[in-house]
Design a protein around this ligand. Structure first.
Ligand code: ADP
Ligand code: NA
Length: 346
């Protein structure tokens, strides 16, 4: 059939920032709005991926809850979309094992994220070869888990950023490899949806906004109050040119602020950041920051309020959503696993 299955995941690593929102989560909501009846949407909070680095038990739990609350707060509907914790669907791990028995070590070692981890270990301690051998197996093999995430739901469309396209290619390889040996059971995802917008760091506009940057003022969280937004924007790095204008090469800081406002504005008719910037041409940088504060607060204010009411509520809304998500995701995954296990000979 021509029905679509859209799958995407996000790690439970703290309340998302504007980069996560404009780069990924906003698109999830858009896909839900545009989806027709034949389209299945699956959004996973990938807690199994989170433990590829050490996690504190209580903090991991908190992050999972907060991520689920965020997904509900931005407008994902648990009835329409399947929103679930990855660890609540054992088939993800089960298919990972089966796929890893056919996955090549060579292919995995050539993946850029693994290579950068190796280089990092090497640079940290060039004389000590054991720093490399202490790297964890899960960090090496997590692309196989990602492949399982996608394939276990027979996903046809996987929205991922460009930094993840190698992993999607690997998932295709896993599907084709499995089918070659066991018969055509898995379906390789066909289309890579275009990545969302890139948001740059407020204090170093040449780098992307990221949760791993030590300066908390470099990013705006979806739960930031208007006052926090204002403070962070007030110290955002711009330049010494007077007046606002859009020029990403010469004025990365100013242009990033304009793009943020453009991408969050609900009403403006502007079709591009250039177009949007026309109304702001020449206004003082202070006035630009006030404008951006307003645009950000108007957009994320309602998200923040929904988030808070969900988090401060009885917990029932989160439990119900998780339970429903788990049921639907298990049904979807188990249907695939039945075919997979039969094909393998279990
Ligand atoms: P971080 O860089 O903060 O660690 P993740 O790597 O967990 O964020 O990314 C989660 C999702 O958010 C991914 O889909 C990623 O492409 C997207 N994303 C992260 N940072 C940005 C950004 N600055 N601009 C656009 N998208 C981003
Ligand atoms: Na990251």
């Amino acid at each position: 059939s021509s029905s679509k299955v859209i799958f995407s995941g996000i790690q439970p690593t703290g309340v998302p920032h504007l980069g996560n929102y404009l780069g990924a989560l906003q698109q999830w909501v858009k896909l839900q709005k545009e989806a027709d009846r034949d389209t299945q949407l699956l959004y996973s909070i990938v807690d199994l991926h989170a433990i590829t680095v050490p996690q504190d038990r209580a903090y991991l739990r908190q992050c999972k809850r907060e991520m689920l609350a965020t997904l509900l707060a931005i407008g994902l509907d648990p009835d329409r979309s399947t929103i679930f914790y990855q660890s609540s669907v054992p088939a993800h791990s089960e298919l990972m094992w089966i796929l890893s028995c056919g996955a090549s070590m060579g292919y995995l070692s050539r993946m850029t994220q693994w290579k950068s981890k190796l280089d990092l270990a090497d640079n940290a301690n060039p004389l000590d070869q054991s720093s490399k051998s202490k790297l964890k197996l899960g960090l090496f093999s997590y692309p196989v888990l990602q492949a399982a995430d996608i394939l276990v739901h027979r996903s046809t469309h996987v929205p991922v950023g460009h930094d993840q396209s190698q992993h999607l290619e690997f998932a295709r390889e896993c599907a084709n490899g499995f089918n070659h040996v066991h018969g055509k059971v898995l379906s390789a995802p066909e289309t890579l949806l275009s990545p969302g917008k890139r948001v740059m760091s407020l204090d170093r506009p040449q780098y992307k906004m990221s949760k791993s940057h030590p300066n908390p003022k470099s990013r705006i969280l979806l739960t930031d109050s208007r006052e926090e937004i204002r403070k962070k924007l007030r110290v955002a790095v711009t330049d010494s040119i007077e007046g606002a204008s859009y020029d990403p090469v010469q004025r990365p800081g100013v242009s990033n602020l304009i793009e943020i406002a453009f991408n969050l504005q609900n009403q403006s008719e502007a079709s591009s950041p250039e177009d949007y910037a026309r109304d702001l041409e020449g206004v003082s940088l202070k006035a630009l920051k006030d404008h951006v504060t307003e645009a950000v607060d108007q957009h994320i204010g309602p998200i923040r309020e929904r988030f808070e009411s969900i988090i401060k509520g009885s917990g029932r809304e989160l439990e119900d959503a998780a339970e429903l998500g788990s049921q639907k995701a298990n049904a979807s995954a188990n249907a695939t696993m039945k075919l997979v296990k039969d094909a393998v000979g279990f």
